[in-house]
Ligand binder design. Structure first.
Ligand code: ATP
Ligand code: MG
Length: 317
């Protein structure tokens, strides 16, 4: 049993002709202690999926099972929130500028009902600051006197205070300089090794995802179009969208570097999707069936999942 299981999860904003289906039939699992990378272009629904997973917004369809328990309707539930935490893109905005770091770090313990004991809270604050590589003296400071990288360390510390089993990281390094990104990624990996926490790691930055993720899921227009082990995604991408996405990053794929795949047209609006595959208008491999039928994720013999009729499955044996 996986730690988190999403089964046909949907999130539609609004109703009628204005309805925006931001997340469409997502079936995905995160195992204990693993990092699942989630990639895809801007607006494909990554943050919406993240917010549904942590219970900040309600799914409009499907089922969410965490640790064997159905939490689909547990939005705001304390026990669940304790086990699943989130770190978002802008630490400066997610930390209250008026509060000392120690107050920010104590908050989840009190709000989520972990402990009220002042000496236990103190101990945990010092411990957690050390875990994220900050001197415990920082507890008296306010966010304004910290650098962006230090603020993101505080946001990570806050997420870890309640000892969650899953942390959803939504573009955690995007607002940071390249040099600081590497240090935050190293820190996250070290924390995972020590504590066995699982991550759902969302990022535009494919080279960062390659360094941190065990498996990668690729999202396009609210759907997951490909899932596999990180190496398989980068060395043997099978969905034409994944190939194009990777080919846009010169440092990533040796084969793709030879030929940059430029997709024709624009991503269609989620408000008016075509019948059949949502990638058909831009797809170099499109054929008749793709205009009639929407491909679901299909599994190859080697466990690689891809939602494409034209993607050739690997020959086993
Ligand atoms: N509160 C909302 N109301 C209506 N539509 C929304 C809302 N939030 C997101 N959307 C729409 O849902 C779709 C997915 O948005 P989302 O923010 O999840 O994408 P994303 O993959 O996180 O993008 P980015 O990479 O830019 O962060 C977009 O079409 C967006 O306009
Ligand atoms: Mg987002």
């Amino acid at each position: 049993m996986s730690l988190l299981e999403l089964d046909q999860v949907e999130k539609v904003f609004g109703t009628g002709s204005q309805a925006v289906p931001a997340v469409r039939g997502v079936t995905l699992a995160v195992d204990r202690g693993e990092t699942l990378g989630l990639v895809g272009e801007s607006g494909c629904g990554k943050s919406t999926l993240a917010r549904v997973v942590v219970g900040l917004t309600e799914a409009t369809g499907g089922r969410i099972v965490f640790d064997g328990e159905d939490v689909t309707n547990e939005v705001g539930d304390r026990t669940f929130r304790r086990k699943v935490q989130m770190v978002s893109q802008h630490p400066g905005q997610s930390l209250n500028p008026r509060l000392r770091i120690e107050t920010t770090l104590a908050e989840p313990l009190r709000l989520l009902g972990v402990t009220d004991d002042p000496s236990e809270i103190d101990r945990r604050i010092d411990e957690m600051l050390t875990v994220v590589g900050l001197n415990p003296d920082y507890r008296r400071r306010r966010p304004g006197s910290l650098s962006g990288g230090q603020q993101q360390r505080v946001a990570i510390a806050r997420a870890l205070m309640s000892e969650p089993e899953l942390v959803v990281l939504d573009e955690p390094t995007s607002s940071l300089d390249q040099s600081i990104r590497g240090r935050i990624v190293a820190l996250l990996r070290e924390i995972q090794e020590r504590r066995g926490v699982a991550y759902l790691f969302i990022s535009h930055d494919l080279s960062t995802v390659r360094r941190i993720a065990h498996r990668v899921a690729v999202m396009y227009l609210g759907r997951i179009v490909e899932v596999s082990a990180t190496e398989a995604i980068f060395d043997d991408p099978r969905h034409p969208y994944t190939r194009a996405l990777l080919s846009a990053v010169p440092s990533i794929d040796v084969r793709a570097r030879r030929r940059r795949i430029v997709l024709p047209g624009e991503t269609p609006s989620p408000v008016s999707l075509p019948v059949g595959c949502s990638f058909q208008e831009r797809c170099p491999l499109v054929h008749d069936r793709c205009r009639r039928e929407d491909p679901r994720l299909m599994e190859s013999a080697d466990g690689h999942l891809v939602a494409c009729f034209a993607a050739v499955p690997a020959v086993s044996g």
